[in-house]
Write a protein that binds this ligand. Structure first.
Ligand SMILES: Nc1nc2c(c(=O)[nH]1)N[C@H]1C(S)=C(S)[C@@H](COP(=O)(O)OP(=O)(O)OC[C@H]3O[C@@H](n4cnc5c(=O)[nH]c(N)nc54)[C@H](O)[C@@H]3O)O[C@H]1N2
Ligand SMILES: Nc1nc2c(c(=O)[nH]1)N[C@H]1C(S)=C(S)[C@@H](COP(=O)(O)OP(=O)(O)OC[C@H]3O[C@@H](n4cnc5c(=O)[nH]c(N)nc54)[C@H](O)[C@@H]3O)O[C@H]1N2
Ligand SMILES: [Mo]
Length: 678
């Protein structure tokens, strides 16, 4: 192949390719198998596609592993300390809600399951309020839309809390019985009387001596103080009230804190665990009782790192530590990554941050020695492959897929190939079996089964957990099997609300931890940058590269992203008809456009120290002044041997590789840029 990123390849036969892959695997495994990183992604799923079979193959080799998913890492990790690991483990019933806040989620474009529930509530009389820097498709359909400056949600939440505390509107009974750290009386004993409780923070008796008044928040969020006061009154009066938190607010440099701060509003009003209320976090779905688990050999690896930090494992390797980089299971990473197997993902470059930086790291072949990419399209990530393998499309191979994010209706889909394989493309499983053969492990990997054999075995095993499930043959015939959550919709945390002694949360105290001592202890010896911050309380902290960062003098516009209606990430981003219907655009407020002499439809350059994107500007009051926005997932299109200007409009040319403080998650929506006419 040509240089990394060039996209030039020389055709070889499957035998040559597989011989080469097997030889490299053998060589690297002999040195240390943990230098091998299987990095499969969200492109495809199921029992014989997706990451399951490749995990089985690589676990046997002793390859390394990544922890957690990329979608809501910061939020989920943060909330674990407040609400425990059960967060969002249930769906939620909104029909009784009087008021629903849709906070940083564009559910019409990206999460229809929630929108269905919100509409049911709306028809029954609920008021919908959307909180987003953009007037999204969802905001258009709500009764009210509050535009705030991105990354400042925790300040807004704190000011609402301030109003309730000042006007005696919190649910004190709930806070006393179910929570730790609201006021001195519910603080851990040794911490009382030190100004460390949540009330102390809000009322200005804490370390920063600042009352979190609506005026204070207004200067930060750009939401008028009177609007904050009205919203506070409205939430307090609406019983029950639900706060649905999308993934936008937590996909940021201060995401862990923000997710916790928004949940405080549900906690303070005692809306947790009741019909029509919720925890203030995201939703989850009902899953099939059947367990189709693929037998996974033990890879004997003790460490894992956050999925976003894979590039550090290439670049800095064993310099990655527990207290600086969040390495789990050991003080430091044992071995740097030397071999990447990227299947069904565009996360080497297009979907990962700071593409130009990643390009330089991957181009240095003394770091990562070998990359295999396996996709159905020539994506930007594919251009970094040493060997690029063509897959069959999902509909061209047999598979069984279990439900994802399907709300209260779980499903299983079974399918057989609709055509015979065309051209030289091959399936993952049969090819892994051929590589295993070259490593002398075919029988251990396949157990003598082909794809249909595995599907039947795993499906039948799952049937033991769900007697209603049709037989394998009937399933192949009918294609889809659905199962309604037996309780209709769950009420999340209801068991805890009904009997907190018998059903404690899995936080250290068993209660909701507004003040988290566990978090405080965990990070006591962590090394953070000066502009990063972790607090045991859900406080507002400015973001690194937020509006208040001194860098804003050079790059005065905040750039925030969103999941786009015209694509699923980068998937379908190359389909011309979809691009025509959903053009890639940079949203900019008329005030910011006037300052820069820009008109709607102009081609502009969006840039910062990391790179430059060329894109068409959409001048619209639907975005708050001072902030610009573009959908994530557009196909990166730059001459990487030349000017590196990305004419495809991919936001990850501009995003920072700066893992969030303690989840070490992707701060995708937190960036500073400037914009000029191209
Ligand atoms: N800036 C920014 N970056 C982000 C995000 C953000 O909000 N902002 N969001 C992040 C999130 S939440 C996610 S989940 C990730 C998603 O990132 P990815 O998982 O990389 O998602 P896609 O870009 O859709 O890439 C899926 C790939 O799988 C391929 N594929 C599809 N079907 C098949 C198949 O049958 N076989 C094979 N072999 N390949 C197939 C597609 O062609 C595509 O290249 O992006 C993350 N990146
Ligand atoms: N059509 C489509 N649907 C998808 C996807 C897709 O790519 N395309 N991806 C899927 C996946 S894997 C995921 S993870 C989900 C993600 O789905 P969402 O939860 O919708 O996540 P985002 O699009 O990142 O952010 C949601 C909203 O947050 C806003 N936002 C950004 N920053 C802030 C902030 O600081 N404060 C507030 N209040 N709002 C902010 C954005 O403007 C956006 O409207 O969507 C899934 N659904
Ligand atoms: Mo995601």
């Amino acid at each position: 192949s040509g240089p990394k990123g060039s996209g030039r390849f020389t055709p070889v036969s499957w035998d040559e390719a597989l011989d080469d892959i097997a030889r490299r695997l053998r060589k690297i495994a002999a040195r240390d198998p943990q230098a091998i990183l299987p990095y499969s992604y969200a492109g495809t799923m199921g029992l014989v596609q997706g990451e399951s079979m490749d995990r089985r193959f690589f676990h046997r080799l002793g390859a390394s592993q990544l922890a957690r998913t990329i979608c809501a890492t910061a939020g989920a990790e943060g909330l674990t300390y407040t609400l425990g690991g059960k967060v969002g483990m249930k769906t939620q019933f909104f029909a009784e809600s009087k008021l629903i806040l849709i906070w940083g989620g564009n559910s019409i474009a990206s999460n229809l399951h929630f929108w269905r529930l919100a509409q049911q509530a709306k028809r029954a009389g609920a008021r919908l309020v959307c909180i987003d820097p953009r007037r999204t498709e969802t905001a258009e359909k709500c009764h009210e839309h509050l535009q705030l400056r991105p990354g400042t949600d925790a300040a807004l939440a704190s000011a609402i809390a301030h109003e309730w505390i000042a006007n005696d509107q919190v649910d004190k009974g709930f806070l006393d019985e179910y929570c730790v750290g609201y006021d001195d009386a519910t603080m851990p004993e040794e911490l009382r009387g030190q100004g460390k409780s949540y009330v102390d923070y809000i009322t200005g008796k804490g370390a920063d001596k600042t009352a979190k008044t609506p005026e204070w928040a207004s200067a930060i969020t750009l939401v008028p103080a009177a609007t904050i006061e009205t919203l506070a009154r409205e939430i307090a009066a609406a019983k029950p009230c639900a706060i649905y938190q999308g993934k936008g607010p937590q996909r940021r440099g201060n995401g862990e804190q923000t997710a916790r701060a928004i949940c405080m509003l549900a906690i303070l009003t005692g809306n947790v665990g009741i019909n029509g209320g919720n925890t203030g976090s995201d939703l989850d779905s009902y899953y099939m009782p059947a367990d189709y688990g693929i037998p996974m050999p033990d890879n004997g690896v003790e460490t894992s790192i956050g999925v976003f930090t894979w590039i550090d494992a290439v670049d800095r390797g064993t310099a990655m530590t527990a207290t600086r980089d969040g390495v789990r299971g050991r003080d430091a990473l044992a071995v740097p990554v030397k071999f990447i197997f990227n299947y069904g993902g565009n996360c080497l470059t297009n979907q990962h941050h700071d593409i130009n930086r990643t390009h330089d790291i991957l181009a240095d072949e003394s770091k990562c020695e070998f990359i295999v990419v396996w996709d159905t399209f020539l994506t930007d990530s594919a251009k970094y492959a040493d060997i690029l393998l063509p897959d069959l499309m999902a509909v061209e191979q047999p598979n069984i897929v279990q439900s994802e994010y399907a709300g209260n209706m779980a499903y299983t889909i079974a399918g057989t190939a609709i055509t015979s394989p065309k051209f030289e493309r091959r399936t993952l499983y049969s090819t892994l079996a051929d590589i295993a053969e070259r490593l002398g492990q075919r029988d251990e990997f396949t157990e003598g089964l082909d794809e249909m054999g595995w599907l039947e075995r795993l499906y039948e095993q799952g049937r033991e957990g769900d007697p209603d499930q049709p037989t394998f043959e009937a399933m192949l015939e009918q294609g889809i099997y659905r199962k309604q959550c037996p309780e209709g919709e769950h009420v999340a945390f209801k068991d805890f609300r009904d009997d907190p002694e018998a059903n404690p949360l899995d936080t250290p105290s068993g209660k909701i931890e507004i003040y988290s001592q566990a978090l405080e202890e965990k990070v006591a010896d962590w090394e953070l940058d000066d502009d990063q911050f972790i607090s045991p309380l859900p406080v507002y902290c400015p973001e690194s590269e937020g509006y208040a960062d001194p860098l804003a003098e050079k790059y005065p516009l905040q750039l925030t992203g969103f999941h786009f209606k015209g694509r699923c990430h980068s998937s379908y981003g190359n389909i011309e008809v979809l691009k025509k219907a959903n053009p890639g655009e940079l949203w900019m407020n008329p005030l910011d456009a006037a300052e820069r002499n820009l008109a709607d439809g102009d081609t502009v350059q969006v840039f910062n120290d990391r790179g430059t994107v060329e894109i068409v500007v959409k001048v619209t009051p639907r975005i708050i002044p001072g902030t610009v926005a573009m959908g994530q997932g557009a196909w990166h299109d730059a001459d990487m041997a030349g000017d590196k200007i990305d004419r495809g409009g991919c936001i990850n040319t501009l995003t920072a590789y700066k893992p969030s403080p303690f989840a070490k998650a992707n701060p995708s929506h937190t960036n500073l840029v400037e914009v000029v006419k191209a």
